[in-house]
Design a protein around this ligand. Structure first.
Ligand code: H79
Length: 420
């Protein structure tokens, strides 16, 4: 058991930077991208994992340019990038010495993607987070759980101590070769959540190793539960914190005091899926971001890069328009906390330096409210439209602030600044 994890000062500072960041971009990219049916293709459709693995020999993303990705992402207003170093299919996107099933040994491309991305992030001044799968559908030593049962693995060869050592050796590479790593983002815990005997992932030991190598590195685990000791951030997959609309668990995980992050994808899939061009509109993405900020959480917004190494045109379009919006409205989100009114029908509130920002952005713009009310202990000092600064009429009665919404509000997000 964990014996009192005490985060270092640098770790606490990193948590604050993370809390203030509000927007990150998630990238799911691997050899699964080539099949263009999402990152679960091996588990969902391939009876022989060795046949799947042959795809590596054709992975040659000749248009990959880490700098271009990072610039487009930074221009969108994102403060960090979370990259899939190794997803459930077990393929490593860096020059690992722990397995030949990696980007340098097994592909004609032979370039260390994690290194190129890390270098570009560090040069461009954006944080890099590393997604790392606890599940492995390729290796026999990973003790199979709920998934990966149809890809031809030999369950009798499961060897947890061996696999655990393999993961820790890989994590050591990731945390010693590529400079500062903002976070390790674990995924796959739920593969064993129905075991008769609780599965021991030895997280304490693994987390201690990470914090020993990089004390500031934030640890998050996508287990859909309340944080374990040693974790620095709390993750919510496709959910606003505490809402449990994704239905992964019977009971919504309690929201902890740790910094929070909601991940969601631009279309319906994480890895590139050719038939899924159903991208959320820029306005929908803005609403999602406003609602996550209104919960005090970050939005980790996913893109599945193409097999040729480019970000899809629709994703680039969303990044561009998001960036335009953020250049004005980012000021109401970055460094903010959840405001007094939590995400509701009309929108959400954020708060920063004694100013509440009311974001009026209903999902259905035809349902713009005539007025909004915000509970406040005292009469506000000023109520203005953001960013114009124009005075906004209001009434304050019985500790309730009521603001009329104009007939033609600014869309997608009509913002009122309320000075306490
Ligand atoms: O990396 C992305 C996904 O591939 C991975 N996490 C994101 C960030 C992910 N895949 N699936 N899930 C998360 C959701 C998990 C679904 C499950 Fe189940 C429900 C796992 C256990 C119960 C599906 C149904 C698999 C087993 C039963």
């Amino acid at each position: 058991m964990a014996q009192g994890y005490v985060p270092t000062q640098e770790n606490l500072a990193e948590r604050e930077d993370f809390r203030n960041a509000k927007l990150g971009i998630f990238l799911h990219w691997g050899i699964y991208s080539m099949f263009a049916q999402g990152e679960w293709y091996l588990q969902n459709a391939v009876p022989d994992r060795m046949e799947y693995a042959k795809a590596a020999d054709a992975f040659y993303p000749h248009r990959f340019d880490a700098r271009q990705w990072v610039r487009a992402i930074k221009a969108a207003g994102a403060k960090y990038i979370c990259f899939t170093t190794r997803h459930h299919d077990g393929f490593s996107m860096w020059d690992t010495q722990q397995s030949d099933y990696n980007i340098v040994k097994a592909t004609p491309f032979k370039r260390d993607i994690v290194k190129e991305l890390a270098d570009a992030c560090h040069e461009e001044g954006i944080r890099l987070h590393l997604y790392y799968s606890h599940i492995d559908w390729m290796r026999d030593d990973y003790p199979m759980g709920r998934t990966g049962r149809n890809c031809g693995k030999d369950a009798s060869k499961s060897d947890w101590p061996h696999y655990f050592q393999f993961m820790n050796a890989q994590l050591t590479e990731l945390l010693t070769r590529y400079g500062k790593v903002g976070a390790i983002w674990f995924d796959g815990w739920w593969d064993h959540d129905q075991d008769a005997t609780p599965f021991n992932w030895q997280l304490d030991e693994q987390y201690a190793l990470i914090h020993k190598l990089q004390p500031a590195c934030l640890i998050g685990n996508n287990h859909h539960m309340e944080p374990n000791e040693g974790e620095d951030i709390q993750l919510f997959e496709r959910d606003l914190p505490g809402e449990n609309k994704a239905g992964f668990v019977d009971k919504a995980a309690q929201v902890s005091p740790l910094p929070l992050e909601t991940c969601e994808t631009m279309n319906g899939m994480w890895g590139y899926k050719v038939v899924d061009q159903n991208y959320k509109s820029t306005n929908e993405i803005i609403r999602l971001l406003v609602n996550t900020s209104g919960k005090g959480a970050n939005l980790l917004l996913n893109i599945g890069p193409q097999p040729n190494g480019q970000l899809p045109a629709l994703a680039l379009d969303r990044l561009k328009h998001l960036g335009k919006w953020m250049s004005t409205y980012g000021a109401t989100l970055y460094g903010s906390q959840a405001g007094p009114v939590k995400p509701c029908e009309w929108g959400a509130t954020t708060e920063k330096n004694g100013t509440i920002y009311a974001h009026i952005c209903p999902a259905d713009t035809a349902k713009m409210p005539a007025a909004i009310t915000i509970p406040m202990a005292k009469k506000p000092k000023a109520v203005t439209h953001f960013p114009s600064g124009a005075k906004v009429a209001y009434t304050y009665r019985n500790k309730l602030l009521t603001i009329d919404v104009p007939a033609n509000p600014t869309t997608p997000d009509h913002v009122i600044a309320i000075k306490r």
